[in-house]
Design a binder for this molecule. Structure first.
Ligand SMILES: [Zn+2]
Length: 557
């Protein structure tokens, strides 16, 4: 069985229906979506970067498995009367129709009743290999995880037993093609290395562990790369910084207020670094990033067996910050139950882990931050009034970037150095025009947004060259220098474009320059009901200039 011919796939093609007016695409009864491969590539990269190769591979394998299993149901339905090989190759044929990969069978031996299966296929044009190489270059391990999951899911559903496919060659490792081989899982001696990617697994514990590592790494990075954490000399900045310096000498609880992206964590860290606690840990927690059911165990710790899934005792952030500073960002998002516990910790100076009777003394300075109006949250019943008063002993408002225009240039210079080093790119600097645009912009996302824009500029500007406006802003309406108007058709368009259209229409209508001037002047005089000063204003000329033109006209007439 070396050459397997695919039957015509018209039966499969006819199952695909595009219903744009309903906003739906169907493959028989399965809803499908037509998605950009680039979007999948971006998702894949996000997964790899956020969760690491193993978790990303597991998620994508399982995604592929689910879609393969769906297609196996379809195969049995559409080719029920056909021979088993023709029915089975619905899988490879759909995989091609769906745009993943070109599949060429090398060998296929199967007996559904006896549970025997051996399949070997060559893959060309693997989309996963393509996007992986595009993002990361060639690798030493096969990377077509989702497609392999599809093959395993399809075959397992078809055979009614777990058939595991392995990629023995992959285009991403430098081969011309990918090669996959599938056998029942029991027949693979090294199955245990592959089956974990098919298993559901709580990634939460991994995430928590990773977050701890990230915190530690970030702490060390911030110290080594930014000895000067805070940059600014504007009045608003200096006022806030003075308050921080004064608080540093004491143990007072500090509440940082300000819009999103103003750098509240940096202020908190500066407070820690200049305090007597500097040698002890600085621990940051974003309350909005934690699921409500996890927030208490994260903050206060958990004792083994406190709830299902608590396999080991774990110290909370309070214990980890002992002797140092705990920064609670977006405290307004904290659920009420956790607020009650937090209040008790602040009052007693001691914590109890979840599921533990023991009370532990802790010595932590709390710095809380919020970008919402906590007083309003208290009124609305979302935030405890007693906790609010405890936190609001020493509020410090960090001004938004638009009130710190004087700081933009020094901030940009520091960012150019940092991102230049990060991306191994030297830029000469930023043009005046671009800097002006930065100063005119309203910065709803504050310093974080400035960082994003400068990073993009560093990437887009040519090596050793200047960053220009178009390297910074993708949408020109983001800053004030281009004017937009609603045109005759109700579309938003810029002023230059309107003038162009107007000229075109005047010339097309055969109107001469003198005629145009006369018509404009008459129009303005009529609009201002004979008031010549008003007419001059409408025409954006001075009254004497208008007089001169009127006289000229009279003389000619
Ligand atoms: Zn591959």
């Amino acid at each position: 069985m070396s050459t397997i011919q695919y039957p015509q796939d018209n039966d499969l093609r006819s199952l695909v229906r595009f219903c744009a007016e309903k906003g739906m695409i169907w493959l028989d009864e399965n809803r499908m979506i037509l998605m950009h491969a680039a979007a999948m590539a971006a998702l894949r990269k996000e997964l790899i970067d956020a969760l690491g190769i193993d978790q990303a591979r597991r998620i994508l394998t399982r995604m592929g498995y689910a879609s393969g299993a769906r297609d196996a149901e379809l195969a049995k339905k559409v080719r029920s009367g056909k021979c088993v090989t023709d029915t089975f190759v619905v899988g490879p044929q759909l995989h091609m129709l769906e745009g993943s990969v070109l599949v060429t069978p090398v060998s296929l031996e199967m007996d559904v009743e006896a549970g025997r299966f051996y399949g070997e296929f060559l893959w060309d044009n693997s989309y996963e290999a393509e996007v992986h190489v595009g993002e990361y270059g060639h690798t030493d391990q096969p990377v077509c995880w989702m497609q392999l999951g599809y093959a395993s899911g399809y075959t397992s559903a078809f055979m009614g037993r777990f058939v595991l496919f392995k990629e023995t060659e992959c285009a991403a490792t430098g081969h011309n093609q990918c090669r996959i081989v599938g056998k029942p899982v029991e027949e693979w001696p090294d199955a245990a290395e592959h089956t974990p990617y098919y298993e559901a697994d709580s990634i939460l514990s991994h995430m928590l562990e990773l977050r701890g590592q990230v915190d530690a790494l970030r702490a060390s990075l911030d110290r080594s790369q930014q000895p000067q954490n805070l940059i600014g000399s504007s009045a608003g900045f200096r006022h806030a910084y003075t308050l921080i310096e004064k608080a540093a000498a004491t143990h007072v609880t500090v509440l940082l207020l300000g819009e999103t992206g103003v750098g509240k964590e940096r202020f908190a860290r500066a407070l820690h670094d200049t305090s007597r606690r500097a040698a002890a840990p600085f621990v940051a927690v974003n309350c909005a990033a934690l699921p409500h059911e996890l927030i208490e165990s994260e903050l206060f710790g958990v004792e083994k067996g406190a709830f299902t899934g608590a396999h080991a005792s774990r110290a909370g952030k309070f214990e980890r910050a002992d002797g140092g500073t705990l920064f609670l960002d977006e405290i307004g998002e904290m659920p009420l139950a956790a607020q009650a516990k937090l209040l008790r910790v602040l009052q007693e100076g001691e914590i109890e882990r979840l599921g533990d009777e023991r009370v532990r003394k802790i010595n932590v300075r709390l710095v809380a931050a919020t970008n919402v109006d906590l007083q309003a949250a208290v009124k609305a019943g979302r935030f405890r009034g007693d906790l609010y008063y405890r936190l609001n002993v020493y509020p410090v408002k960090i001004p938004p970037l638009r009130e710190r225009v004087a700081d933009i240039q020094p901030l940009v210079e520091a960012m150019l150095q940092r991102f230049g080093a990060l991306h191994d790119k030297r830029v000469a600097g930023i043009t005046d025009k671009a800097l002006r645009a930065l100063k005119n912009y309203a910065w709803p996302g504050n310093i974080r947004e400035l960082e994003n824009i400068i990073e993009r500029g560093v990437i887009l500007a040519p090596q050793n060259d200047w960053i220009e406006i178009e390297h910074l802003f993708t949408e020109p309406q983001d800053f004030g220098s281009v004017q937009h108007i609603i045109d005759d058709n109700g579309s938003l368009t810029d002023a230059e474009c309107v003038m162009e259209n107007l000229c075109l229409r005047i010339v097309e209508a055969g109107v001469g320059l003198d005629q145009l001037e006369e018509a404009l002047i008459q129009h303005a005089v009529k609009e201002s009901r004979g008031n010549l000063a008003g007419a001059a204003r409408l025409l954006r000329i001075t009254r004497p200039q208008l007089n001169y033109r009127l006289k000229k006209k009279d003389a000619a007439g």
